[in-house]
Design a protein around this ligand. Sequence first.
Ligand code: NAD
Ligand code: LMR
Length: 328
Amino acid sequence: MVKAVVLGASGGIGQPLSLLLKASPLIDELSLYDVVNTPGVAADLSHISSPAKITGYLPADDGLKKALTGADIVVIPAGIPRKPGMTRDDLFKVNAGIVQTLVKGIAEFSPKAFVLIISNPVNSTVPIAAEVLKAAGVFDPKRLFGVTTLDVVRAETFVQEYSGQKDPSQTTIPVVGGHSGDTIVPLFSQAKPAFEIPADKYDALVNRVQFGGDEVVKAKDGAGSATLSMAYAGFRFAESVIKAVKGTKGIVEPSFVYLPGVPGGEAISKTTGVEFFSVPIELGPEGVANAVNVLENTTETEKKLLEVAVKGLKTNIEKGIDFVKNTP
Ligand code: NAD
Ligand code: LMR
């Protein structure tokens, strides 16, 4: 039996993500939580003839507790999105506190759940979540994931004209680092199946993956950021975690994790000099089964991109950790 919970379920990502989860045969129970509109969203989705039993909760009457109790997997897309001209870091002021509060709830009501953080800035909200879980004495790094799947999905899509794949999702591209601008590093040299990118197109392609989010923010012109592609990506990652828990072997998806606490992560953390970093993660019944060290075989150009990424990440990670230390 799998119970999935969406915190921030009434939002631009929350609604289509909840739709995909409700439609999934892998899920038996789905709880939706938000500060607004969850009764309506849950009532609407409850008419879909899939197996998952669905409930919607608001903060009143212990809603967070009721939503989280018995949860196996909790996905968090709660928080404000960007408008044109904003960086993800500009969201920190509002979203840091939202993520802290929700993860305190997880620590109390579903400490064994897999926690998937979508709320931006992911580079800081995941360290926030880790600190909250640590303070509560329930931190299992194998179960905490920053969702960077949208960067992977974008990379797969944007290279299609070079990969020649009819189905772009059949190309595997490790995208490592963090989830904002130049902290995102696509390792095209390790794409499978391999393909050539013309030298004069490489920089633009890297830039498009790094700033794909800005492309959507600009096109939406004040109405928010990526929601539908994010729901697809968030569902893909959640589904991978659930399939691995149910015994499917060999599922690998990049994710932003606390490296020193996961199998295979310590060596990567020593190489990068940061503790939180996105690398391909082999998933298993306990969550992270192995962090795959793809940093050994990078090209000189990729090494330079990684140096820039690590610099930005250090600041973002510290900011998240300091926030919890100063706002316990
Ligand atoms: P949105 O404003 O449409 O939805 C956010 C939802 O969160 C709203 O329904 C709101 O009521 C709810 N919320 C606010 N405070 C809450 C709380 N304390 N508890 C529960 N729910 C709460 O925004 P969106 O477009 O869905 O984006 C949500 C977040 O996801 C943003 O921070 C955005 O930057 C981020 N995002 C991340 C990625 C990624 O790749 N990781 C991609 C896209 C968007
Ligand atoms: C994205 O990559 O689309 C998200 O992180 C949202 C954003 O702010 O760009």
